[in-house]
Design a protein around this ligand. Structure first.
Ligand code: ADP
Ligand code: MG
Length: 625
């Protein structure tokens, strides 16, 4: 009996993705089986979780498994699971649309170059749609546990998909791949067994195929994969390739992991952790709902995904893997898990393991660490603000660009910085700006360059937040070169100091005059000891937010208290010399105004009256010709 057959269109993004999948992943076509088996395994995990406290969902079939069958004549492969299944709405939501936020943006990055795109798509995760690499038609029939109605979804990836209500005796999902003409050879027992062993050996769920004897397919099933939970084996028995394949299953990633840490922890509580660092950031790294993280098991039985329980803090949200507790009861409920001591203990132990893994990598494999930093550094920088207890540990792992190097690469650690500090220097100097170029060219760096003092150049959005929470490292305070009073007295010679006093005394009148001209616009006007080649700069209070950040927050609709900056001038600059000679008061005021406005611009701030600035500047230029 068939009712309700209807044809539906894929969401635009799905169409794009399908097209891409079919054309760029050709050289990796065997992964479709890993993806389908992985989905079947997830579906069994979900059933187990939902069945806690509701045994009837098992429908007397608690022997969870994935089955793979083929028909060489018809050219089909079937992958079947007795997991949770899907309702009609779930099929539409999960298979007809991509709900992940940022998908549009992700797809807009595609280039049409197959090599590059296949890397990009790895960051997205290939999943169910990879079926269409080898099939020109896919039929998915599913029934949700506890429901009486089944639903059939079918598509050729060209013209949308059809949905119809069907009878389905068994719970779970069955997927039939109608292989493309030139892929029909995949419908072969030997090949399929090999693919399963290669990619799905260590998922903790049996993957079964029918026995064959003398070329004849029997009615009996046998388990093809090892189906033992990889993390329960001892480290020395597990090959790197096995770790990598298991990684792809838990992470939904299709590139290799960068590194992992596998631990059996004994002590007050007993648990096993297998924690992976991906080599590439997923496209939705900054999506707050980004889900896949750690999976929680109790004595090898899946309990739940990280989504429900933050098993990793947000600044380590890229970590993937498994925690398996020997102490929690098998029938745990959400209520038990909330604030549970055992969970908290596993969490903090795992954070330490990840930080230790990173520290080791930074020390022993600096290039590898650099590649980690490129992908995830911005996220790790959230750490000092989020995890007070591990602040020192995290701070050791941070890397920055600095005035020592001309490029934007973030390579300098705070420890490196301290080891290079000048005699008498007691602070770690940094500057924050909107871009690396703006940081690098800031007038505030002039005196530091002259004295050969290194300054860290911070230009990630998160940096301003980082420095608010990381006030010191290894007993040295962090100091913005653009904020507060600059005290380099310990680094200055007697001659320097004398010279400064002289300049200050000579400029006294002019400073007063400028202060009068800018009355109400600035907090104060001072002679600068920071500038060598710029005429002026803005200095903010120690606790003020950088101008470019204030700008950003204003644009985002936040009320910002308007703090008046201090203007510092460089009396030795030719422009200031020219001003000194100015006899017309009005014109002097114009000069002063331009000095202030250009200093604000150099700081990434915005002028209240840009047109007025341009007008004044033009007036002054004309007066010169
Ligand atoms: P992912 O596994 O990364 O979420 P997929 O494209 O592989 O992405 O699957 C999309 C979604 O479709 C899954 O999250 C799941 O909700 C649903 N799904 C896929 N296969 C199955 C299955 N065999 N049983 C139940 N749900 C499934
Ligand atoms: Mg999947």
């Amino acid at each position: 009996m068939t009712v309700n057959k209807e044809n539906l269109q894929f969401q635009t993004e799905v169409n794009q993705l399908l097209h891409l999948m079919i054309h760029s992943l050709y050289s990796n076509k065997e992964i479709f089986l890993r993806e389908l088996i992985s989905n079947g395994s997830d579906a069994c995990d979900k059933l187990r979780f939902e069945a806690i406290g509701n045994d009837s969902l098992y429908e007397n079939d608690g022997d969870l498994r994935v089955e793979v069958e083929f028909d060489a004549q018809a050219g089909t492969i079937t992958v079947r699971d007795n997991g949770i299944g899907m309702s009609r709405d779930e099929v539409v939501a999960n298979i007809g649309t991509i709900a992940k936020s940022g998908t549009k943006e992700f797809l807009s990055k595609l280039t049409g170059d197959q090599q590059k795109d296949s890397h990009l798509i790895g960051q997205f995760g290939v999943g169910f749609y990879s079926s269409f690499i080898v099939a020109d038609k896919v039929t998915l029939t599913t029934r949700r546990a506890g429901s009486t109605e089944g639903v059939r979804w079918e598509s050729d990836a060209q013209s949308g998909y059809s949905l119809e209500q069907v009878e389905k005796a068994t719970r779970g999902t069955e997927i039939v791949l109608h292989l493309k003409e030139d892929e029909k050879l995949l419908a072969d027992g030997w090949r399929l067994r090999n693919i399963i062993r290669q990619y799905s050996d260590h998922i903790p769920l049996p993957v079964n195929m029918r026995k064959t004897e003398a070329g004849e397919i029997k009615d009996e099933w046998e388990t093809v994969n090892k189906a033992n939970a990889l993390w329960t084996r001892s480290k020395s028995d597990v090959k790197d390739e096995e770790y990598q394949e298991f990684y792809k299953h838990v992470s939904h990633d299709w590139e290799d992991a960068l590194a992992w840490s596998h631990n059996r922890v004994e002590g007050k509580y007993e648990y096993t952790s297998l924690l992976y660092l991906p080599s590439k950031a997923p496209f939705d790294l900054f999506d707050r709902d980004n889900t896949h993280g750690l999976k929680l098991y109790v004595q090898r039985v899946f309990i739940m995904e990280d989504k429900e329980f933050k098993l990793m803090p947000r600044y380590l949200r890229f970590v993937r893997g498994v925690l398996d507790s020997a102490d929690l009861p098998l029938n745990v409920s959400r209520e038990i898990l909330q604030g549970n001591k055992i969970i908290e203990n596993m969490k903090s132990g795992s954070v330490k393991k990840v930080l230790g893994l990173l520290e080791n990598m930074a020390a022993n494999e600096p290039e590898k660490y650099q590649s980690f930093w490129k992908e995830f550094g911005k996220v790790l920088k959230e750490g000092p603000g989020e995890d007070f207890g591990n602040r020192e540990e995290i701070a050791k792992l941070l890397r920055f660009a600095s005035t020592l190097d001309d490029n934007a690469e973030q390579k300098v650690s705070l420890t490196d910085y301290i080891s290079r500090m000048k005699e008498g220097q007691d602070k770690i100097y940094y500057i924050t700006a909107d871009t690396h170029t703006a940081a690098k060219n800031s007038p505030h760096l002039e005196v530091f360059r002259k004295k050969g003092i290194e300054v860290l150049l911070l230009s990630d959005r998160v940096d301003e937040w980082l420095v608010q929470h990381l006030m010191e490292f290894d007993g040295k305070s962090l100091q913005s070169v653009a904020k507060g009073a600059l005290d380099l007295s310990k680094l200055e010679t007697e001659e320097d100091k004398k010279e400064q006093e002289k300049v200050e005394a000579e400029a006294k009148n002019m400073v007063e005059q400028i202060k009068k001209a800018l009355d109400g616009k600035v907090e104060d006007v001072k002679v600068s000891h920071r500038l060598t080649s710029s005429p002026s700069c803005i200095v903010l209070g120690d606790h003020d937010m950088a101008l470019y950040m204030q700008q950003l927050l204003k644009q985002a609709g936040h009320e910002m208290p308007s703090t008046k900056p201090t203007l510092e001038i460089n009396p030795t600059h030719p422009l200031l010399k020219r001003m000194e000679a100015e006899t017309d008061d009005d014109r002097f005021a114009e000069w002063a105004s331009v000095l202030l406005d250009q200093a604000i611009l150099a700081e990434g701030g915005q002028l209240e009256d840009p047109a007025g600035f341009v007008h004044r500047l033009n007036g002054l230029m004309l007066a010169m010709v």
